[in-house]
Design a protein around this ligand. Structure first.
Ligand code: DX5
Ligand code: ZN
Length: 214
């Protein structure tokens, strides 16, 4: 089954609880954390994750676009994150491994993320320790960008490795996912679709979530 993880980066930050209620039929709530260093934008931090936690029963899928995420993963878990993903480009392999271990020690799901220019191979050292792998289909930093279809071979490669190894790992795509691009993602083997503008830009949000799920 395909899961939909709407990104609240496209929600109205003055009405986050209301806008999270609008996506109650989704599978996860995607929370984009940016530090102005790893990406040229600053968004949501730990206090906001804590504030939205009681507003929804859905798992919070927290995408950390921050330098050296190992410094903060435990705080995001304690604030109420259910899934925490860290970019492999944001620290050494050793520290990324430590970040995954810290997330797991908190009883939460952990994963790694790769930017468009990062090859699928960069995930391999962590694949056995991941509950989820996230492939960026735009350069991280902003919502509303165009989908990079040339990332699909990378998604397909990761799907092959996950299946060959019999791993229960989820495979998520993020950036420019819409009704037009979701089929390519699913055909390549993604099972979790992040969508910001495609969900919050819809007149019928539950209808759009259902259509993305397919
Ligand atoms: C980009 C974020 C995405 C973004 C997706 O850095 O990681 O989650 O919100 O937005 P859309 O779906 O509008 O491309
Ligand atoms: Zn994201």
């Amino acid at each position: 089954m395909i899961k939909v993880s709407p990104s609240i980066l496209s929600a109205d930050f003055a009405n986050l609880a209301r806008d999270i209620e609008k996506i109650a039929s989704a599978d996860y709530v995607h929370v984009d954390v940016m530090d102005g260093l790893f990406v040229p934008n600053i968004t949501i931090g730990i206090p906001v994750v804590k504030a939205i936690r009681p507003t929804t029963a859905l798992p919070l899928d927290v995408h950390l676009m921050i330098e050296r995420p190992v410094r903060y993963v435990e705080q995001f878990c304690d604030a109420g994150a259910d899934i925490v993903t860290c970019h492999v480009e944001a620290d050494s392999d050793e520290n990324t491994r430590e970040a995954l271990a810290k997330i797991h020690a908190r009883g939460k799901r952990a994963g790694v993320v790769i930017k468009p220019k990062t090859p699928a191979e960069a995930v391999l050292p962590f694949l056995g320790d991941c509950d989820i792998v996230l492939v960026m289909t735009v350069e991280p930093g902003f919502g509303g960008q165009s989908f990079m279809a040339d990332m699909m071979p990378k998604v397909a490669q990761l799907r092959r490795w996950i299946d060959e190894r019999g791993l229960g790992c989820e495979l998520e795509v993020d950036g420019g996912v819409s009704l037009k691009t979701r089929d390519a993602c699913v055909e390549a083997g993604a099972n979790v679709l992040v969508a910001g503008s495609a969900v919050y830009g819809a007149d019928d949000i539950p209808g759009r979530i259902a259509a993305l799920r397919g």
